[in-house]
Design a protein around this ligand. Structure first.
Ligand code: NAP
Length: 329
């Protein structure tokens, strides 16, 4: 099979595009509780390059990349009880989905809603599951309370555009977001009620102190927590996707009432029950994925380049197998 890999270790432990290649590898075999998926689509998440710096020292090479997948189960390993041949979307822990076949734990695969394409299904899992985890925590359950105001920082990117829609689907009554001017119409269409162009204004200057219930930070700049705590209402919540954006100790001492959470959703948020929750939002027409650009597997370096530029509108998708008429379900 063809697979995108990091060819060998970087001794500076950084991600280097010139170390990414597409090569022929053996089709893997599913072990206990695993299934072999014929991969139709995936996408680029920032973790797909950050992981090289975080874990690349411990890998054997060539190392396969890619977390999200949409595809069809080709065969099942010993001990699988839920799945046979079907179409799927999910976010696996073990990675290796930038390939024509991937082995994935059965427990984290969910059934793809019929209303979306394989390409869309392959672009959604990690960003949707991250939003679901973050906003469910912030809401203290599946729905926000009455008149909840949610600020999504970075509403036009992968996690941000899911965050706006999920906040709306979960009953938030006023959604504010930050983005560049070019993305204002995009985030409004997703459900944002108020948009702040971060190039022109700081959200913490525009918004009044103690005026929002939840800040969902999908950008993760240092110092964000300190700014965000000030605009969060009493007993409100700050969720950031980057540890470095958490509030300083002095801010937390001044505002002990604010709840703070920096989830690590890579892998840990992947459970088939959560995929089912995401799928139900999709089926109800409350959640769609916006695909900015589509690349083939052989163009993986171009796809990474697009994501690394940091201004993706929604997602950069990977089309690995093209013919949707082959899909059985
Ligand atoms: N903790 C976890 O479990 C977890 C899970 C998923 C992702 N993450 C992390 O979360 C971050 C976001 O991921 P992503 O997939 O959403 O990335 P992405 O799709 O690459 O996000 C790109 C977006 O960021 C926006 N942006 C950049 N600087 C901004 C700023 N100062 N203010 C507002 N928006 C800004 C850009 O908006 P404009 O183009 O409009 O300027 C662009 O649309 C990454 O660092 C990723 O590693 C963490």
């Amino acid at each position: 099979m063809r697979a995108a890999v990091v060819v060998n270790r970087s001794w500076d432990f950084k991600f280097h595009l010139e170390k990414i290649a597409v090569m022929d590898l053996e089709i893997p075999s599913p072990g206990r509780g695993e299934v072999l998926v014929r991969v139709y689509a995936s996408n680029i998440n920032p973790v797909d390059h950050k992981i090289v710096e975080l874990a690349g020292w411990s890998w054997t090479y060539p190392h396969k990349l890619g977390y999200d997948v949409a595809g069809v189960v080709q065969s099942v390993g010993v001990g699988c009880t839920r799945l046979k041949a079907t179409s799927l979307m999910e976010a696996p822990t073990t990675a290796g989905t930038y390939a024509q076949y991937a082995v994935v734990s059965e427990s984290i695969l969910g059934v793809k809603p019929e209303s979306i394409s394989m390409l869309e299904a392959g672009a959604m899992p990690m960003v949707a599951l991250t939003g679901l985890e973050s906003l469910t925590w912030a809401a203290g359950g599946s729905q926000f309370g009455k008149n909840a105001t949610v600020l999504v920082l970075g509403g036009s990117g992968g996690t941000g555009h899911m965050g706006i829609q999920l906040a709306k689907a979960m009953g938030a009554s006023w959604i504010i977001t930050t983005c560049s001017e070019t993305h204002v119409d995009f985030v409004r269409q997703l459900g944002a009620d108020q948009v702040i162009d971060y190039h022109k204004q700081n959200y913490y200057d525009v918004l009044l102190p103690e005026s929002v219930d939840v800040v969902y930070d999908c950008v993760g700049l240092n110092g964000t927590g300190d700014h965000a705590f000030n605009i969060i209402k009493k007993h409100g919540s700050f969720v950031t996707l980057l540890q470095g954006a958490k509030a300083s100790i002095s801010t937390r001492l001044q505002r002990p009432d604010v709840h703070e959470y920096a989830p690590n959703c890579v892998g840990t948020c992947s459970q088939h029950q959560r995929i089912d929750t995401v799928a139900s939002f999709v089926k109800e027409g409350k959640l769609t994925v916006h695909i900015d650009q589509v690349f083939g597997l052989e163009d993986i370096v171009k796809a990474f380049n697009q994501s690394l530029a940091g201004h993706t509108t929604g997602k950069v998708a990977l089309q690995i197998l093209g013919n949707e008429s082959e899909i059985l379900v």
